[in-house]
Ligand binder design. Structure first.
Ligand code: HXC
Length: 524
């Protein structure tokens, strides 16, 4: 009897030892040499990244022992974990699903089983209503697995699309991301790139050289600077893997778990009724004096903490997350410091996308307005400012989250509507006494309306000046719009934080339903 027990125990020990050996093999990834190379490139391994991203000891790995299923070119190839680590963990106590591509295993290339692991955590994220975070570091489609690897990407793209707007999807780019593979991150809500060690492109430098004879490096073609400053593909860049991962933790705090929930409230010691006298110094009533709208935003929000999204792309419009009275808010604001805050194609795309992101995830919106209009110019017209500007109108009208607009100075013409006026669905519209709501600026308006009078007068310049002054007196103020109910109240700048927070509280339980449709048809 004792002998039998000992035999059983011995057998169990053997089984446990085998399990440990197998697990150690998987955890070891591509082995010490390749891990060393990864570190020499300034990059963390797939598992080290998960340690930084997730709360301590919260990671539960799934499909740990999955291996590739062979195929002619894969026979005898060892690929621990098949090049990706997948599972669940928590961030600030909230559950998230993750996949972390392991570049030390076949360059993190994506084959059938690798894709199956990724698809599994995406499905679990959708079923349990949790965010999914992808850490991308991959040489792309696994060449040896041919069409199976393309199909694997298809499985992931499909899920990216159908889960879009249902659970938050965040992509970190921490190494190569090339070919069609870029479209998985591109289908997610946010892309955060590591400067210097990551890149994204459809066709690489070699192919480009052979087709167009252009010579370009990986970084010049698709590095983090390119995608955060020129293309607008990525939302944020950071200097290292760990900073990217910290930023994802920060970003997630503004988002709910899924589209049915609201973002978490975060208590703050910053008083809701904090007065903002500094705003009077930042914004001059002289409409020709530019100022940095970022300073206005920071003055209004809890603890001055602002996570700007796409800060280096289309700087004429500012988008980002903050908290007001503990509540997560999405802020859209013109920045008169850049291109006089005019709306351009890129600004419209950036804002429209951000507005829709806020609306997906029940994040109330605060819009700060100081805009003279859409940027005039042949280039903008020919590149489709009509189509792109329409996205902003569409996005604001479509959004059912609480929408509050504060007109700081100018609000002219089509841009008045594109920046969420009352008619476009703003729930509350406020204005400072410095606000001017009109079809256009006084100079242009006087020249058009009184052209004949000015031309026929004995002293055209004096008449022009007089007409401009008359127009300014009549229209360049908030009171005409307020008298017609387009503005709810004209407020002192120093009371702005208190009143905005009151309005957010008022709208906290807002619900709005729209007519049945399959889905809207936003101009793309
Ligand atoms: C399988 C691959 C691989 C791939 C690299 N490896 N790319 N294995 N499929 N696509 C392997 C290498 O053989 C090597 O294995 C290891 O990964 C690391 O690769 P290195 O070349 O040594 O690394 P590095 O010098 O850092 O260069 C990284 C790289 C380069 C620039 C990404 O590997 C590269 O150009 N790979 C090909 C990229 C590519 O063309 N992918 C297909 C894109 S098209 P060992 O055993 O030596 O460590 C695509 C279509 C997707 O993705 C379509 C979706 C719809």
């Amino acid at each position: 009897m004792i002998l039998q027990m000992a035999e059983k125990l011995g057998a169990l020990q053997e089984l446990l030892a085998e399990m440990d050996t197998r697990r150690a093999k998987v955890v070891g990834g591509g082995g010490p040499e390749r891990i060393k190379k990864q570190h020499q490139g300034g990059k963390m391994t797939a598992r080290e990244r998960l340690e930084v991203l997730l709360d301590a000891d919260s990671f539960l790995e799934l499909s740990t022992f999955v291996q590739h299923q062979g195929g002619k070119l894969m026979n005898g190839v060892d690929a621990p974990g098949d090049g990706v680590v997948t599972g669940r963990g928590t961030i600030a106590g909230r559950q998230v699903f993750v996949f972390s591509q392991d570049f030390t295993v076949l360059g993190g290339s994506l084959g059938k089983m690798n894709a199956q692991k990724v698809a599994q955590v995406m499905d679990l994220a959708a079923k349990t209503g949790c965010p999914i975070i992808g850490l991308n570091d991959s040489a792309g489609a696994r060449i040896q697995e041919g069409v199976d690897s393309l199909s694997g990407y298809g499985e992931i793209f499909y899920r990216n699309a159908i889960y879009s707007g249902s659970v938050p999807q965040i992509s970190a780019i921490l190494g190569p991301c090339a070919g069609g593979a870029v479209y998985s991150p591109a289908l997610t809500d946010f892309i955060v790139m590591a400067r210097g060690s990551s890149y994204m492109f459809i066709t690489g430098p070699e192919v480009i050289k052979s087709v167009t004879r252009e010579e370009v490096t990986f970084d010049e073609l698709g590095g983090a600077d390119v995608h955060t400053q020129k293309s607008g593909v990525a939302h944020l860049e950071r200097d290292s893997d760990s900073e990217v991962l910290e930023t994802i933790r920060e970003l997630l705090a503004f988002l709910p778990q899924n589209a049915k929930e609201k973002p978490p409230m975060l208590p703050t010691t910053d008083p809701s009724n904090r007065s903002n006298p500094k705003l009077l110094e930042i914004v001059s009533p002289d409409t020709k004096r530019p100022y940095n709208m970022l300073e206005v935003i920071r003055e209004l929000i809890d603890d001055h903490h602002f996570l700007e999204i796409q800060p280096d792309f289309a700087k004429n419009i500012i988008c980002g997350f903050a908290r007001m009275g503990g509540r997560s808010v999405g802020i859209v604001a013109n920045n008169p410091r850049q291109m006089a805050g005019t709306l351009t194609i890129d600004a419209s795309d950036k804002a429209a996308r951000f507005i829709r992101t806020c609306d997906c995830y029940n994040i109330p919106m605060v819009t700060l307005v100081d805009v003279t209009g859409f940027l005039p110019g042949v280039a903008q017209e020919h590149a489709g400012i009509i189509r792109h500007g329409a996205k902003m109108l569409y996005a604001y009208a479509e959004a059912t989250v609480p929408k509050i607009t504060l007109i700081v100075r100018k609000s002219y013409g089509g841009a008045y509507l594109a920046m969420n006026s009352r008619d476009m669905g703003a729930d509350v519209v406020l204005a400072w006494p410095t606000a001017a709501v009109a079809v256009m600026g006084a100079d242009g308006a006087a020249n058009i309306v009184y052209r004949r009078e000015i031309m026929q007068s004995e002293n055209p310049e004096a008449t022009r000046a007089q007409k401009i002054a008359e127009y300014k007196a009549a229209f360049e103020n908030p009171y005409v719009a307020a008298s017609k109910g387009y503005i709810d109240d004209v407020i002192a700048p120093e009371d702005s934080r208190r009143i905005l927070i009151q309005a957010l509280e008022m709208l906290a339980l807002k619900e709005e339903t729209r007519p049945y449709k399959k889905h809207g048809n936003i101009p793309l």
